[in-house]
Design a protein around this ligand. Structure first.
Ligand code: SF4
Length: 387
């Protein structure tokens, strides 16, 4: 792509949670025009489902739907992330490109190699912008990474406040205000400033600090874990029930493992922890996020978390494997596990009922544990009185 050709060319990426705020900023820095299609909706789902093989996993259908909406909305380029590996993600790019061509869409297609780290990002920006400017690309990559970390931090804040808010919806209102603010800061120092302002904004939510809040980890396939449309906004539902949610499988944790050079990261990464904790149950990476999911269960159990929810797309091969390992983990892990499988047929009512039943189970278990702990505290006392 020449410099002249890229002027005002619109580039679109698929949605996954709030990631569009980060890639749109990076594209702006290098002089491209980000085209952010409407957030994934039933329309995108039905477009993707109509033109995708029936048994392919849900993220493929949603990404295809996003691209069709983007092209129909006027983007010139659609950019797809690709990765080698044991699951279908390695084939997604080619299949989506073919599907779009077969449908007669003329938008051009770009690829971002996920596992090439910083080089992958750099090469992508070079092709997208038609430039080769080291300083400019370094700035764009830094902004992309910092925004991803900020977005993840903001989501953790939302989860904390949502589980404790006095007036339902307050935390989300503040969160949405902060999300809009993120787009206004496009420098490294600006993002740091934005973080401070956002934390202050979130702290304005009135909360009940004494509420009995449950702590739940969510794991599964990274796309459905992080994308609220595909997981039917599970975190909002849990928050409504007084549950604080935590995710290890975030885009920032992925960046730490696959993009950020070793010398710039602190502590054990998610993948390093996965290799350490999953070993007794799963010896090697079998694609997707299976290794991380198995280790997330062990990690949540180790920390005494109230429960863990595993979300995965129907027919996702690595997650079928991890779900089959969970029963064996019960021998050493006492934590309640709720596996939820998602596809375009998933009915909302049944889905919510399962989550409510799980929350109810965790709450009763927690109260029982507290009562047992209390009576265990009392017992030695009565013995000493008897002596
Ligand atoms: S991890 Fe699962 S859902 Fe994701 S691309 Fe691979 S098979 Fe599909």
């Amino acid at each position: 792509m020449s410099n002249k050709e890229t002027k005002n060319k619109k580039i679109s990426f698929p949605h996954m949670g709030t990631i569009s705020h980060a890639w749109a900023s990076a594209l702006k820095v290098v002089g491209c025009e980000p085209y952010v299609q409407p957030y994934t909706s039933k329309k995108a789902l039905s477009l993707g489902t109509k033109h995708a093989p029936e048994a392919i996993c849900l993220p493929y259908k949603l990404i295809l739907g996003n691209f069709i909406e983007a092209i129909e909305g006027g983007t010139d380029y659609v950019a797809m992330i690709t990765a080698p590996g044991c699951c279908r993600l390695g084939e997604y790019g080619k299949c989506i490109h073919n599907a779009l061509t077969d449908l007669g869409y003329e938008a051009k297609y770009l690829e971002l190699q996920l596992y090439d780290g910083v080089k992958g990002l750099y090469d992508f920006l070079k092709i997208a912008s038609g430039k080769n400017n080291y300083l400019l690309f370094t700035k764009a990559i830094m902004i992309f990474i910092l925004k991803i970390f900020l977005l993840d931090k903001l989501e953790s804040q939302l989860s904390y406040y949502r589980a404790r808010e006095i007036k339902f919806g307050d935390a989300e209102k503040q969160y949405n205000k902060c999300l809009k603010m993120i787009d206004e800061y496009n420098t490294v120092s600006g993002i740091k400033k934005a973080e401070k302002i956002m934390l202050e904004e979130m702290a304005k939510v009135e909360i009940d600090k004494d509420r009995e809040v449950l702590n739940v980890d969510i794991t599964g396939e990274i796309y459905v874990v992080n994308d609220e449309f595909s997981n039917q906004n599970i975190e909002k539902e849990l928050g409504r029930m007084g549950v604080e949610v935590r995710r290890s499988l975030t885009v920032s944790s992925f960046l730490k493992d696959a993009v950020i050079p070793k010398q710039f990261r602190k502590g054990e990464t998610h993948l390093q922890r996965a290799n350490r904790l999953a070993k007794p149950y799963l010896m090697r990476d079998i694609g997707g996020d299976a290794l991380e999911c198995v280790s997330d269960v062990a990690y949540a159990n180790e920390r005494g978390i109230d429960g863990i929810i595993h979300v995965s797309p129907f027919t996702c091969m690595p997650e079928i494997m991890s779900q089959n390992i969970f029963p064996a983990m019960r021998e050493t892990c006492e934590i309640p596990i709720l596996p939820l499988i998602l596809d375009e047929q998933t009915g909302r009512a049944g889905y919510i009922t399962r989550i409510e039943a799980f929350v109810d189970l965790m709450r009763r278990r927690k109260r029982k544990q507290k009562m047992e702990a209390k009576s265990a505290d009392k017992e030695p006392q009565s013995e000493s009185t008897a002596v």
